[in-house]
Design a binder for this molecule. Structure first.
Ligand SMILES: NC(=O)c1ccc[n+]([C@@H]2O[C@H](COP(=O)([O-])OP(=O)(O)OC[C@H]3O[C@@H](n4cnc5c(N)ncnc54)[C@H](O)[C@@H]3O)[C@@H](O)[C@H]2O)c1
Length: 351
């Protein structure tokens, strides 16, 4: 087992390579009630419940973004209310990032905050969504608009969940892994260089090392800047165009797939303005492509993507700001790039 510490609104640990039912037992002592929040698809996999004297309730919510709705949030609060959840009780989120985001938000607002534990079941949630204490739901005005910064008391990363994850979702998680490599850990880039998706998936030691390195990057960044005032923004490498594509695709593409295209764009832009070498720019494309991730988008969509980027939360006072790298592990910002550079960077990734 590996332990990675986070120091944010509270100090907590991310435990990696554990059996979640066993590892959760100490957290259940002296609890009256426990709510396990799980998505419909994952419900059947909750069989052996942890040993505890507490009363366990299992609350099933719709999968993915459908669960991150105000209606589901309200239903969960009603369930907690009807069951009489107190400050001493516990919420356990078992699922992908959608479930951990939703459950963390429920925990953060019930009685002004009760304890919660994240048990991420997708690669993306293990390395990203469940780490860092951002919780939330979607509003009709946009994604993640309602939320809070509220850390869990622990994150339990049980790798056995990954056995049933689709190749598509596994690859999407790897986009975030590679992002962490480019911004802060060159060894991740080395480990992924020349690897296919199946070479990663079938190599458990490699998967474990990638998860633990990526979580370490995020834990360090989040511990230094929990509320994203500046330093945490580096985690948004590839996300400015990524979010714009996510919105444009009406969320039909996975978050990690959009980040993959966004990473290529960010590298192209840095190369275009003369701060990133051709070699590292091309490396973005070759690694992502070999992992089976998308690296291009249609040229005709640029006007809409450009408009979407303008409303992205990382644009400040009307100017666009991009996280970029000048070499592996060295981040900087590109502020208000000229339109011709943006367009050129986009044209280079068009199919
Ligand atoms: N809070 C944060 O810092 C943060 C960071 C990144 C992403 N997010 C959020 O996370 C969400 C995306 O998370 P995600 O990529 O995990 O997607 P997801 O939660 O939508 O899950 C993707 C699919 O995988 C299924 N699934 C989950 N675990 C499985 C398993 N072990 N085997 C088989 N199928 C499984 C789910 O039922 C779902 O259909 C988005 O809502 C995004 O906004 C949050």
């Amino acid at each position: 087992m590996e332990r990675i510490s986070v120091s944010a609104d509270r100090d907590y640990e991310i435990l990696i390579e554990i059996n979640w039912q066993k590892s959760i037992e100490p957290y259940l002592n002296n609890r009256g009630q426990v709510a396990v929040i799980v998505s419909e698809t994952m419900r059947e996999r909750i069989t052996d419940l942890p040993q505890t004297d507490a009363q366990i309730h299992i609350f099933t919510v719709p999968d993915s973004e459908a669960g991150k709705s105000f209606a589901t949030y309200q239903k969960l609060l009603d369930w907690l209310g009807a069951a009489g959840f107190t400050r001493n009780d516990l919420v356990i989120a078992v699922g992908g990032g959608a479930v951990t985001d939703l459950s963390g938000f429920v925990a953060s607002t019930w009685l002004r905050g009760i304890d919660w534990i994240a048990v991420p079941t997708t690669l993306a949630a293990m390395v990203d969504a469940a780490v860092g204490g951002k919780t939330g739901i979607n509003s009709e005005y946009g994604k993640n608009l309602i939320g809070s910064f509220y850390s869990p008391i622990s994150v339990l990363v049980d790798l056995s969940w990954l056995d049933t994850l689709s190749d598509r979702d596994f690859a999407a998680g790897l986009a975030e892994v590679l992002k962490s490599g480019f911004i802060a850990d060159g060894q991740i880039v080395e480990l992924l260089k020349a690897k296919t998706l199946s070479e990663v998936r079938t190599n458990q030691a490699l998967t474990l090392e990638l998860i633990s390195r990526t979580v370490t990057v995020k834990a360090k960044v989040v511990s230094g800047d929990f509320k994203e005032s500046f330093d945490r923004e580096i985690l948004n490498y590839g996300h400015t165009l990524g979010h714009a594509i996510e919105l444009h695709s009406k969320y039909m593409l996975r978050h990690g797939e959009c980040v993959s295209i966004g990473l290529v764009f960010a590298a192209n832009l840095a190369n275009q303005v003369g701060i990133l070498s051709d070699e590292i720019t091309t490396l973005h494309v070759s690694i992502l492509e070999r992992l089976g991730l998308p690296v291009s988008y249609e040229s005709r969509h640029w006007p809409e993507l450009r408009a979407n980027m303008a409303i992205d939360k990382k644009s400040r006072s009307g100017t666009l700001r991009f996280v970029a790298i000048s070499e592996i592990g060295k981040t900087l910002r590109i502020e208000a790039p000229v339109e011709s550079d943006l367009l050129a960077a986009y044209e280079r990734l068009c199919s």
